[in-house]
Design a binder for this molecule. Sequence first.
Ligand code: PGA
Length: 244
Amino acid sequence: MPRRLVVGNWKMHGLTADLAELRAIDAARDIDVVVCPPFPLLTAAVASASHVAIGAQDCHPVESGAHTGAVSAAMIADAGAQWVILGHNEVRTAQRLDDAAVAARVAAAQQHLNVILCVGETARGDGGVAEQLLASIPATCDPIRLTVAYEPVWAIGSGVTPAMDEIATMHATLRQTLTKRCGPRGDAVRILYGGSVGPANAAAIAATPNVDGVLVGGASLRAATFAPIIEAMDMKGRDECVAA
Ligand code: PGA
């Protein structure tokens, strides 16, 4: 059983004063917590947190060059961050990235960072998530530096989530896909659920089979809503330790 992981994606939110929200949830725990603020806050976020790891929300597929406005994985690591979210639907859409372009970013990022690779169907009932995952994983993929987030696009920011058994089934499919693609090391890749995770549904999601953690957008911006989600995932780990 891998350690559980809770990731906060601040998207394009957050000024220096908002790092108080990060400090408020910075505590030693039995699970891993990562917060991904916008690029300008990375260095200050790293300095603000002792237990929470810091990540970025995207990176360019090459190390450096004439790419105005872009940020490379080496730069993110140089700022002290250890993680990057790649293939988030908002980035796939805004930058018109196909799966091959996402895979190129994953390959480049894994030279420096742990990657949270997002996949998910656009409309409820659409298939193709396992195929999207396979096409977004580069040939050189290092499973040790890979986490997958299942984020149904229709659940992001909508307040609607799949049924818990739908999440469990999708995660089982993604696990099989990872094991087929990466061999036994695919078993250790954490699979997160993301899309309208909040304090009200965190315990149910934490108790869902095959869920190794969550990727949280809106509810990660304030400690008042993020801390109960972290607690819910932490409780699941403790329950399993007691049961074992
Ligand atoms: P949400 O966003 O929690 O606000 O739905 C999730 C995400 O986009 O990662």
